[in-house]
Design a protein around this ligand. Structure first.
Ligand SMILES: O=C(O)[C@@H](CO)OP(=O)(O)O
Length: 537
């Protein structure tokens, strides 16, 4: 992509011919790693991707999808869908939320901003509630940022603090929740020694409580609301470490799906419901899984579930989560200003080659990843740039099952919709996200992840066949790794076992590079993938 100054006009590519349909596939969670039995992409039958790889180095190569290459603070930060899609969609690299929050905390500027001053107004009479994901995964939040915020908020006047935790087990090892809660408890104890009334007030597993996304299942947010705001949950404990340990005793329990619980005092009363006059901060920096709660906390008109009570609070997000909706209206750190993304350029350059080409861009995924190719791709903005030029199609995801039960997910339906869009010749660009490798990888089920990768490969083939038929160009890439390495390893790369001799399964993203392949009959001679992405290794 190349434009001059502030103009939206794109200069012509020196080699690519105009008027060729582009089919763009993001294979979510598809990295490149050494072949072994824990590399589900290697084990799965993936003839389409295998044949694309033969085009190396001109038509297939690797790109970095983690660390500083996608705007994260350090090279040890695994990639994730937000930063991967942001970078691919913008065609540029921005300092991401994690880094911006680090800087604001380190410089102390966070406490000077409008957002902090807004919540500070409640510190005299009200409680400060902090809600978010408790882990050091660095994808949605980080424990050390919460620790700094707790300390900083108490030094800046917060006298009563309640933390509402969401256990992880997805970006970090399952079972690690107990250690994180212990660490937090010890920090809160230190604050109590200094006279701050600080406690954990409620909790639950991130995938079952609060952190739904793209309005897939409002029941998840309601469970969180009941515990955090109303102080009601099916499980009650006097101590959060005990809560997590006890709930994990269920043989089917895991950190991602722990049921909601509230912490109660000796009289059985919840220690920290959110009430009028309180301040609330959602401390996740990543947007997608906080947007729904932000709507519930902020929107006067709200009909997604019965809130029972709508407390008059001062609410701020760690960041503003949706730049289009300006949600939430108060935030502690300004989000990355991701502007002039590729989608915006495309609508501004909407040359209609034929009269029948009514719409320029078509994109599709299923609900659980739908926003990745819309919201993230467009720099964390919901909605169309130009609805006459773009069509966004969402295929409803299965609700109420974990994805290892249905590893094909909606890959074939997505690919068929994309194929029809390509063959209709109504679009210049058709963009899809295939979530399988990632979503099934997050369940830690190796067999199912292998099936998932196979399905994604079949979907890629459908898309490529359609592009071949209309003489277009395809670009196949990924936003980060996951399914290519499903075990925790030591420094020498050997799989690690726990004390019971069980292999330690990884559900998280990885630090591996991801492929990018380009091809199709519309591709001009001499065009290679090195020029089409900012993150080429
Ligand atoms: O499910 C999610 O929220 C993240 C992992 O925390 O995965 P992805 O970045 O692929 O969306």
């Amino acid at each position: 992509m190349c434009s001059s100054g502030n103009s939206w006009k794109l200069e012509d590519h020196p080699k690519l011919r105009k008027g060729k349909i582009i089919g763009l596939v993001v294979l979510d969670g598809w990295g490149e790693a050494d072949p072994d039995k824990y590399n589900c992409i290697h084990v799965a039958e993936t003839p389409t991707m295998d044949s694309l790889k033969k085009g190396a180095p001109d038509r297939w190569r690797l790109i970095r999808a983690h660390g500083t290459a996608v705007g994260l603070p350090t090279e040890d930060d695994m990639g994730n869908s937000e930063v991967g899609h942001n970078a691919l969609g913008a065609g540029r690299i921005y300092a991401q939320g994690a880094k911006l929050v680090d800087l604001a905390l380190a410089s102390g500027k966070i406490y000077e901003g409008k957002g902090f001053r807004y919540i500070q107004q409640c510190f005299d009479k009200g409680t400060l509630h902090l809600i978010g994901l408790l882990s050091d995964g660095g994808v949605h939040s980080r424990l050390d940022q919460l620790q700094f915020l707790l300390k900083g908020a108490s030094e800046h006047g917060a006298k009563r603090i309640r933390v509402h935790i969401l256990t992880d087990g997805r970006d970090v090892l399952d079972g690690s929740s107990v250690g994180f809660v212990e660490k937090l408890e010890s920090d809160l104890a230190k604050l109590r020694e200094k006279g701050v009334d600080a406690q954990i007030a409620s909790g639950g597993g991130r995938m079952y409580v609060t952190m739904d996304r793209y309005e897939n299942d409002w029941g998840v947010v309601k469970r969180g609301w009941d515990a955090q705001v109303l102080g009601q949950a099916p499980h009650k404990f006097q101590n959060a470490v005990e809560a997590v340990k006890k709930l994990r005793e269920d043989p089917n329990a895991n950190d991602q799906y722990l049921p909601p619980f509230v912490i109660v005092d000796e009289n059985g009363n919840a220690v920290g419901p959110i009430v009028d006059g309180d301040a609330v901060v959602t401390f996740n920096f990543r947007a997608d899984r906080m947007v729904m709660l932000a709507k519930a906390l902020e929107n006067e008109d709200f009909d997604k579930f019965d809130r029972v009570r709508f407390p008059r609070i001062h609410y701020a997000g760690m960041l503003q989560y949706d730049g289009e909706l300006k949600l939430p209206s108060h935030y502690l750190v300004s989000p990355p200003e991701i502007e002039r993304t590729s989608g915006e350029y495309l609508v501004h350059n909407g040359v209609r080659t034929f009269a029948c080409r009514l719409i320029h861009i078509f994109l599709c995924s299923e609900t659980v990843k739908f926003g990745h190719v819309t919201f993230f791709w467009n720099g964390n903005r919901s909605g169309y740039f130009n609805s006459e030029m773009e069509e966004y199609v969402e295929i409803p995801s299965d609700v109420g099952i974990t994805f290892n039960v249905q590893p094909k997910m909606k890959a074939l339906e997505i690919a068929e919709k994309a194929r029809d869009a390509i063959l209709s010749e109504n679009f210049h660009q058709v963009r899809i996200n295939l979530p399988n490798g990632d979503m099934v990888g997050h369940t830690g089920d190796i067999e199912a992840t292998i099936e998932a990768c196979k399905a994604a490969d079949q979907a890629v083939k459908i898309m490529i066949d359609a592009i071949e038929q209309v003489g277009g160009i395809y670009v196949i890439t990924a936003d980060h790794g996951n399914a290519e390495d499903m075990v925790k390893r030591d420094k020498k790369g050997q799989p690690l076992f726990d004390k019971n001799g069980n292999i330690q399964i990884l559900t998280s993203h990885t630090l591996h590079p991801v492929p990018i392949a380009i091809g199709g009959p519309g591709l001009a001679e001499g065009v290679n993938s090195a020029r089409i992405c900012p993150m080429v290794v």
